[in-house]
Design a protein around this ligand. Structure first.
Ligand SMILES: Cc1cc2nc3c(=O)[nH]c(=O)nc-3n(C[C@H](O)[C@H](O)[C@H](O)COP(=O)(O)OP(=O)(O)OC[C@H]3O[C@@H](n4cnc5c(N)ncnc54)[C@H](O)[C@@H]3O)c2cc1C
Length: 401
């Protein structure tokens, strides 16, 4: 057993949430320890599209240029296909509130880059280390295992940044609430020589129920997501055995034939339930949660990375504003809950609008699309605004009749 070491901040998890918080707090002069269980990151089928509102969050955190230098590529436009028919691409910088574009990257490369960047500014990083238990009391402590040895460290604030199946949430005895399953996202990679603009390609099946996203996550390689309503497919797809089936869905959704000819699936293919999950009840003093550990949104709408960066920014700002970190953590939790609620609401509106199936849903969709065409201010534009959309009440009233 090693002697106890004290840190200002101990962060469990070195994903986007933990690594970026570790970096910004170490830069602000605090003693930070990040505990990350993986020694090398591999594809877990996670977010590889940072939407324009998240790019703004990255700018506010001072990590945007770093991402572009080390792992990310900017994409300036979104191409939308409905039943295979394309419309005028959206120019993000011209049409988003902060005039930002999106970033794409291979998720494991982004994690490596950010975790390294945290270590470069003197955050201590333990890789291959798994947090096993936590204690509160006069001092807040965490035990972790690394290379078969047990270690204990203490912290002024302990942050759970350990993702959607957070162990820290369980160790804190917190309850998670979740929506009923509605939409699902199957993610896989495709490789091949497809010469198209580096942009986000969002497609919806003409009859609703299914959609897809395609974007290059590194040269010669693409990330694709098959998005679908729970009743649109007879079973959830996963693994190599379903590669042919997923391509069949992409063809039916309306992918151009030359995309399907050029691209071959490879690697991990897994489907995830997009039901929102959030924490009920107060987080104990001297603890905080960020990123997916605090609340997961629906991957269909691609807000997870942006939401995670907003958590990091809000927590950083609260911690830097006062030496009373118990109070700061409590204020941050309220900040998070307030914006998460709005994000969930707008995502659920979009889910009903674009993915519901049946004749009634199709008629509503047609009416709503016509209305949004004539009045773009009715579009629930989560890509540009994230949770900061104004006029949600009216949008719900008008679009969901
Ligand atoms: C299928 C799918 C598609 C998605 N697509 C998008 C998208 O296009 N755009 C978007 O914005 N978002 C997307 N997301 C969401 C996005 O990936 C997440 O919101 C984001 O990765 C959350 O980051 P995080 O750091 O909170 O969690 P994670 O990325 O899960 O990181 C948690 C880290 O903690 C480590 N860890 C876990 N337990 C322990 C432990 N006990 N001790 C030590 N370390 C531990 C893990 O190894 C991991 O490195 C998608 C999610 C899914 C599931």
């Amino acid at each position: 057993m090693e002697r106890l070491t004290a840190f200002d901040l101990v962060i469990i998890g070195g994903g986007l949430a933990g690594a970026s918080l570790g970096r910004v707090m170490a830069l602000a002069g605090y003693d930070v320890l990040i505990i990350e269980k993986e020694t090398a990151f591999r594809d877990r089928v996670r977010g590889e599209v940072l939407l324009p509102w998240g790019s703004h969050e990255a700018q506010l955190l001072g990590i945007y240029d770093l991402l572009v230098e080390r792992c990310a590529r900017e994409f300036l436009r979104e191409h939308f296909f409905l039943g295979g028919a394309t419309s005028e691409p959206r120019d993000y910088r011209r049409t988003t509130p902060k005039q930002t574009c999106g970033l794409s990257f291979y998720h494991p490369a982004m994690q490596e880059a950010l975790l390294l960047s945290a270590a470069e500014v003197a955050a201590k990083v333990r890789r291959g280390a798994v947090a096993t238990s936590i204690r509160s009391g006069p001092s807040t402590e965490v035990d972790f295992l690394q290379h078969g040895e047990s270690h204990t460290v203490s912290a002024r604030l302990l942050v759970g940044a350990d993702g959607r199946d957070s162990r820290i949430v369980g160790l804190l005895g917190l309850n998670q609430e979740r929506d009923e399953p509605e939409l699902f996202t199957g993610g896989l990679q495709l490789q091949g020589d497809l010469d198209i603009e580096h942009a986000l390609y969002f497609s919806l099946h003409r009859d609703g129920g299914r959609g897809s996203i395609l974007i290059s996550n590194r040269p010669g390689n693409f990330r694709a997501y098959l998005l679908h309503h729970k009743d649109a497919l007879p079973r959830l797809l996963s693994g190599q055995r379903d590669f042919a089936e997923v391509k069949r869905h992409f063809a039916e959704i309306g992918w151009p034939a030359h995309w399907l000819d050029a691209l071959e699936p490879h690697g991990t293919f897994a489907t995830f339930d997009g039901a929102h999950r959030w924490i009920v009840g107060r987080i104990p003093e001297s603890f905080a949660l960020i990123g997916d550990a605090f609340g997961a949104s629906d991957p269909v709408w691609g807000n997870g990375l942006s939401r995670t960066l907003r958590d990091v920014r809000l927590l950083r700002d609260r911690l830097l504003a006062t030496s009373d970190w118990v109070m700061a953590a409590g204020q941050f939790a309220d900040d998070h809950n307030e914006f998460f609620k709005r994000l969930r609401r707008v995502e659920r509106l979009n889910a009903k609008l674009h993915f519901a199936i049946g004749d009634r849903a199709a008629a509503r969709r047609q009416r709503a699309y016509d209305l949004m065409e004539r009045n773009p201010e009715f579009r629930p534009d989560v890509t540009g605004n994230g949770p900061d959309i104004e006029g949600l009440d009216e949008m719900e009233r008008t679009l969901l009749i």
